[in-house]
Design a protein. Structure first.
Length: 319
C-alpha cells in the first residue's frame, strides 16, 4: 500500500520536528519551514524540505500547487505567548497576527482551491479559561474574549478563517507540549528543571488547571487523525487534570528523588506582571473524539517517567 504523504508547515518547530521523527515510518513528510536546511534537529527524518515564508502568498501557492500530497499539517505558528501579548496594540499588523491568522487564511484558501485537507495545530487557549477543563463540544465564541491572551485570540481567529474557507479541516487542540530534547527552545518541563536547578523556583500556581502533553503522545494522536480523514475538533492532553504546582513537584521529585520545597500559590489572586500574557485559570482539555480513534491518553506521571527515561538514555542526566 502506498504511504500517505503530508505537507507539513513548521517542520523545524518543537512539535513539528518531533512529529516527523516519530511518524516517518508511517508517512512521507514534505517539510516547509523558515530554517536553512539542514540546520535544525529532525531534518533527516523529512522526505523533502523546502524553505518557505508562509506570509509570501505566491510562494506558498506554488508549493501547495506542486505538492502531490492531499494533507496539509499546519503546525507553523507564533507561539511565544508573552511576546504575542506585547504585540497586542498592533492588532492585525502584528507579526503574531500575520503568522497565526493571515498565513492560516492563505493555507485554507489554497487547500480549498487545490482540494486538500488542513489539519491545524491549535490550542486550548482558544477558550477563555473560566470554565475548564474543556471538551470538544464546548463553544469557543464566548463574550469573555477580552480575558484571553492575544496569542489565544489569534489562534481562535485562525480556526475561524480555516473553517470559513476550507471544507476539509481538523483542529487539534493541546497545551504545554514538552519533549526530552530540543536544543533551539525550552518547553514547559525543561524550563521547570532548568529554573529549579538554578534555584529560581520558589512557588508555583496550585489553583490553575492544565493538561500538559508529551509530544510523543501528541504525535501518536496526530497519526490517528491523519488516517481517519475526519473533520472537526480533537482535544489531546494528559488523562488527568493537574496544576503547575503538582506537575512541577512530580517532575522534580522524579529527578531529585525527594519532595521539592515549592510553595503552592494562587494564580487567581496574583496580578499579571507587566509584559506578561493572561493564562487560562480553569484550563485543560477533556478528550472523547481522539479516544474513539483508539488513542490511549497517559497520566502526567506516566509521561514524566517516559520523559525522564528518554533524557537518561540520551545522556542528558546522570545515573
Amino acid at each position: 500500500m502506498e504511504r500517505k504523504g503530508i505537507l507539513i508547515t513548521g517542520a523545524s518547530s518543537l512539535v513539528g520536528s518531533k512529529t516527523v521523527e516519530l511518524l516517518e515510518n508511517q508517512f512521507d513528510f514534505h517539510g516547509l519551514g523558515t530554517k536553512e536546511q539542514p540546520s535544525f534537529p529532525g531534518f533527516e527524518h523529512l522526505t523533502t524540505y523546502q524553505r518557505c515564508d508562509l506570509t509570501d502568498t505566491k510562494a506558498l501557492e506554488r508549493t501547495i500547487d506542486d505538492t502531490p500530497h492531499n494533507t496539509i499539517l499546519h503546525i507553523a505558528a507564533f507561539t511565544n505567548v508573552d511576546e504575542a501579548e506585547i504585540q497586542r496594540p498592533l492588532g492585525h499588523e502584528s507579526d503574531v497576527w500575520q503568522i497565526n491568522v493571515k498565513s492560516s487564511l492563505e493555507v485554507a484558501k489554497l487547500a480549498q482551491k487545490y482540494n486538500k485537507r488542513v489539519i491545524f495545530a491549535s490550542t486550548s487557549y482558544v477558550f477563555d479559561g473560566r470554565r475548564g477543563p474543556y471538551s470538544e463540544s464546548d463553544e469557543t465564541n464566548n463574550p469573555n474574549i477580552g480575558l484571553m491572551s492575544f496569542y489565544g485570540v489569534t489562534k481562535l481567529e485562525a480556526e475561524r478563517v480555516i473553517k470559513d474557507n476550507c471544507d476539509s479541516y481538523t483542529f487539534i487542540r493541546f497545551e504545554m507540549p514538552f519533549r526530552s530534547d530540543f536544543s533551539p527552545k525550552l518547553d514547559f518541563a525543561r524550563r521547570i528543571l532548568q529554573l529549579y536547578g538554578e534555584n529560581k523556583i520558589t512557588q508555583m500556581f496550585a489553583d490553575q488547571t492544565i493538561s500538559p502533553i508529551l509530544i510523543d503522545d501528541l504525535a501518536n494522536a496526530i497519526g490517528l487523525i491523519v488516517k481517519s480523514d475526519l473533520n472537526g475538533a480533537f482535544h489531546v492532553g494528559s488523562s488527568n487534570i493537574t496544576t503547575p504546582h503538582e506537575f512541577a513537584c512530580d517532575l522534580i521529585k522524579r529527578y531529585y528523588q525527594q519532595k521539592p520545597l515549592i510553595i503552592p500559590s494562587s494564580y487567581a489572586s496574583t496580578p499579571i506582571p507587566e509584559g506578561k500574557a493572561p493564562r487560562p485559570l480553569k484550563g485543560g482539555v477533556l478528550m472523547s473524539n481522539i479516544i474513539r480513534l483508539g488513542f490511549k491518553p497517559r497520566s502526567t506521571q506516566e509521561m514524566i517517567e517516559d520523559f525522564y527515561n528518554q533524557q537518561k538514555s540520551l545522556g542528558l542526566i546522570g545515573n
